[in-house]
Design a protein around this ligand. Structure first.
Ligand code: RAM
Length: 364
């Protein structure tokens, strides 16, 4: 079973706009030009300009680099390997570089180096929307196309953003899952990744909005803790949450690192099976905790497909097939056809929910 076969995916992805995600981002004026200068990538407002040629051949030998939030996170290993397979299909040169810790500014020096190396496409997931903006725009001025995936920078600092699902869809899914698991009533907490992560903050804001719906009126979000996408810190923060709120009914951890660490803590504690835990996790990291009864259900998209799509978007930008403008259409190899939404956002598709009934069908 694959996310690609989801009946919802094709209908939702076309023209879907991650309005909430982009709405929280401020605007600033910066543009970019393509390497060789044959077409322009953006005007002073960051809007794509220039003509796309949907029939342009994908250039061979494109240097496409992946710069994740951090390199030692299994989620990004899977996503970047998906990118690698696309780059190989497209006869480009793939590389992955990045920090071992997901710090706000730790990605800047990597962007500068990639730019100096004449990289054609930088695909990155932002630890902080502002910290990398200047370096990305310098790279664009030097000729690189910039694709964010997973976690965006500001729209004017990149050519396109490949979003894993709409931020609204993720927030709805997470709140629904925890509500089902705590019987629609009680105190909950969020265990997030880093405090500045664009994706996490957009999801948390929308979860708060979702919780104002009448059906969730008996659920109280008491706090948000930050595990920094670090296993040990996430483990300790979980322990801290349960000390501070002994009557906590559930935790939402919308990070693969956080939810796995929280599950490990709960499974070895008196709270196992009593405090609910859901979030965004990889099936391989969560399998044991679903089997031992610590976790009932959690969600994620296919990270490999996300990286694969991002590489296709980058190659299409660098080849002049698309400019990142709303309404442009393109084909992303085995994933099929996509349409670019507002602010250069392309949506992979809705998340999949994993539980004891289906988790063994997934291997990532
Ligand atoms: C972690 C990262 C990533 C997020 C996933 C769900 O690996 O924080 O940005 O999308 O979790």
């Amino acid at each position: 079973m694959s996310l690609r076969n989801s009946p919802f995916r094709r209908s939702l992805r076309i023209g879907v706009i991650a309005t909430a995600l982009t709405a929280v981002l401020a605007t600033a004026a910066c543009g970019g030009t393509t390497r060789g200068g044959e077409d322009s990538a953006g005007d002073a407002t960051g809007q794509a300009t220039g003509q796309a040629n949907p029939n342009a051949a994908i250039k061979e030998g494109l240097k496409i680099a992946f710069l994740p939030k951090q390199v030692n996170n299994p989620y990004f290993t899977v996503s970047d390997n998906g990118g690698k397979s696309a780059v190989e299909e497209l006869k480009g040169e793939y590389k992955e570089v990045g920090p071992s810790e997901a710090n706000a500014s730790s990605q800047v020096s990597y962007i500068n180096t990639l730019s100096q190396q004449g990289t054609d496409v930088i695909v990155t997931s932002a630890n902080d929307p502002n910290a990398i903006c200047g370096a990305l725009n310098d790279a664009r001025k030097a000729g690189a196309k910039v694709v964010t995936f997973d976690s965006d920078t500001k729209p004017e600092c990149r050519d396109a953003f490949v979003n894993q699902a709409t931020a609204e869809g993720i927030a709805e899914n997470q709140v629904k899952l925890i509500s089902e698991q705590i019987g629609g009533e009680g105190k909950i907490a969020v265990l997030s990744a880093t405090p500045n992560a664009t994706n996490q903050n957009a999801w948390i804001e929308l979860m708060k909005k979702e919780l104002t719906k009448p059906e969730y009126s008996k659920i109280e979000l008491v706090t948000t803790a930050y595990g920094n996408d670090d296993d040990q810190k996430s483990f300790q923060e979980t322990q801290g949450l349960l000390r501070s709120y002994p009557d906590l009914k559930g935790i939402i951890s919308p990070t693969t690192v956080g939810v796995a660490a929280a599950a490990r803590y709960l499974s070895g504690s008196e709270f196992k099976g009593k405090v609910a835990l859901t979030g965004l996790g990889t099936p391989n990291q969560m399998r044991a905790f679903v089997k031992d009864g610590t976790v009932k259900a959690f969600a994620l998209w296919n990270p490999a497909d996300l990286g694969y799509l991002a590489a296709h978007v980058g190659a299409s930008l660098a080849s002049g097939r698309i400019t990142g403008a709303e309404g442009e259409r393109f084909t992303a190899g085995k994933l099929g056809d996509y349409t670019i939404g507002k602010d250069g956002v392309i949506v992979l598709g809705p998340p999949t929910v994993f539980d004891s009934g289906n988790i063994d069908q997934f291997d990532f």
